[in-house]
Design a protein around this ligand. Structure first.
Ligand code: C5P
Length: 245
């Protein structure tokens, strides 16, 4: 099992509606290069990663130019034009596309294109923590804030004038999930296929594995590995990427 290789799979087929940019947020320039390029450069620079696959939409008009100006990525990254309607489907399409290149026991590290603050050290930390694990796991951070659930159920459109608290949620033993999320190929594929039948949409890979009755391991991540989602995240991401915080 320990001889299993590590592959990265980057779902990058989202449109990033919450960012409000005219183009998909993974191409937003941050500290001199596109958000997605930061992620690909980091995986390409990590010797523990055998190869990286990035899943974009069939209509993506940006990645070809990005790969042209980054010749160092040519041998380290393969683009798959097979994005799906959700992150779940984009990851699954990517797994299907690479199925003949990986063994069932090879590890797949699924990482969101929208987390440019990932570092080689964090990837190595995750692999060190999980390379012998029976299930796999993910980077995550213990929740430190007191959590409130509001009356507004659509978290994509928070009411900027304020909304009412419905309840306080205990933060005890709560973690905020990050990526990469690292599972063996066969288990991840089985989990994501099986989750297609679930009533609720899944927003990460670990929850599909949990639905099989397994318990992924939580490995401490970093605040710098946050998901760039809203316009005000951009300045913070640039500070991290320029090494100012
Ligand atoms: O929208 P959100 O930030 O949750 O997306 C997480 C990741 O999933 C992003 O890297 C995004 O590009 C990707 N995604 C995808 N296919 C979709 C929707 C999102 O690959 N249909």
């Amino acid at each position: 099992m320990t001889s299993s290789r590590n592959f990265a799979l980057i779902p990058a087929a989202g449109v990033g509606a919450r960012m409000g940019t005219a183009f998909p947020k993974q191409y937003l320039p941050l500290a001199g290069k596109a958000m997605l390029r930061h992620v690909l450069d980091t995986f390409a620079a990590c010797s523990a990663i055998t190869h990286t696959f990035v899943v974009v939409s069939a209509e993506d008009g940006y990645i070809a130019d990005m790969m042209t100006i980054a010749p160092a990525l040519k041998d380290r990254v393969t683009v798959l034009y097979q994005g799906g309607e959700s992150r779940h489907l984009s990851v699954l399409n990517g797994l299907k596309a690479i199925g003949n290149l990986l063994t069932n026991d090879d590890w797949v590290l699924v990482h969101d294109a929208a987390r440019p603050g990932l570092t080689v050290a964090l990837i190595e930390h995750l692999i060190d923590a999980l390379h012998d694990d029976a299930v796999g796991g993910l980077l995550a951070l213990p929740v430190v804030d007191t959590l409130k659930r509001s009356e507004v159920l659509d978290d994509r459109k928070p009411d900027t004038t304020g909304t009412r608290v419905r309840e306080t949620v205990s933060r005890t033993a709560l973690w905020a999930a990050q990526t990469p999320q690292m599972f063996r190929y066969a288990l991840l594929h089985r989990a994501l296929v099986s989750a297609l039948d679930g009533a609720k949409p899944i927003t990460d890979d670990a929850s599909a594995v949990e639905m099989l009755g397994l318990q992924p391991k939580l490995v401490e991540g970093s605040p710098s590995n946050f998901k760039v989602t809203l316009p005000h995240d951009v300045a913070l991401a640039e500070m991290f990427l320029r090494g100012k915080v």
